[in-house]
Design a protein around this ligand. Sequence first.
Ligand SMILES: Nc1ncnc2c1ncn2[C@@H]1O[C@H](COP(=O)(O)OP(=O)(O)OP(=O)(O)O)[C@@H](O)[C@H]1O
Ligand SMILES: [Mg+2]
Length: 285
Amino acid sequence: MVMVSDTGSEKRGDVVPTRIAPPSVRRHAGVPRAGACETVIRAQHVTIRYGDFAAVGDVTLDIPDRRVTAIIGPSGCGKSTFLRAMNRMNDFIPTMSLSGSLTYRGEDIYGPRCDAVDLRRRIGMVFQKPNPFPKTIFKNVAWGAAINGYRGDLHVLVERALRRAALWDEVKDKLNQSAFALSGGQQQRLCIARAIALQPDVLLMDEPCSALDPIATARIEDLIGELKAHYTVVLVTHNMQQAARVSDLTAFMYMGELVEFDATDTIFTKPNEQRTQDYITGRFG
Ligand SMILES: Nc1ncnc2c1ncn2[C@@H]1O[C@H](COP(=O)(O)OP(=O)(O)OP(=O)(O)O)[C@@H](O)[C@H]1O
Ligand SMILES: [Mg+2]
């Protein structure tokens, strides 16, 4: 068990060996089996508390490489808490503590050897509301690489990131304009480009379309489908149609618990759990 104290330093109780690959908890129907589909993030019995309150309770699941994994569930069920734990964004909340084991490619995310800053470069995050910096479009994308001492050509990096985020054609002639001059949907793609420019391995997205209109949402959804060729994507969404459209796997959480995790088709057509059935048919939430 790994406890993260108020200061983010670790206290170890029963240490869960994270370098020994444990057996998969559940096979994902319709998804390539182990070997063809490597696990990138592995959660084992993860419980996350704010003070005494357990926002996430005993969650065990494997996030596979180069797939889109959606996390759905009613408001307050712990989706964002769980997502933020994956790149230690929760470290900034003083009352937060985590127990269980959470690993990234076999490394203990909450272990003493994990550098949280480097982890966040490899596991990037896109938030609900686009949050560009008050800088030019170019500087928004180049910023992370520049402060990390990137030695390559920043212009090449920025163009590649903007192309991958499906924004290049719309902004190539105004790279020196303020990012705030872009529409909400463009700003969100800019934030995705900013995350991509850091050359991450995983992209965490917390309701990335909730502030966008249907056209901008469709563009981001198309983009997510393209991004999984290069990145592992974990997507929190309230929009069940979106989860069904863009994800390969879906995890349904309810009151902090992982109720069911399976291939998206299975979750939306023949779930195993009555609570999943009730949620996807709109009986609660
Ligand atoms: N910083 C915090 N301090 C204390 N409690 C918190 C904090 N953040 C979240 N919580 C509580 O933890 C629970 C899970 O919150 P979380 O934000 O993870 O839910 P969510 O599933 O993402 O909800 P939503 O769909 O509304 O975004 C909620 O009961 C919430 O009130
Ligand atoms: Mg949330």
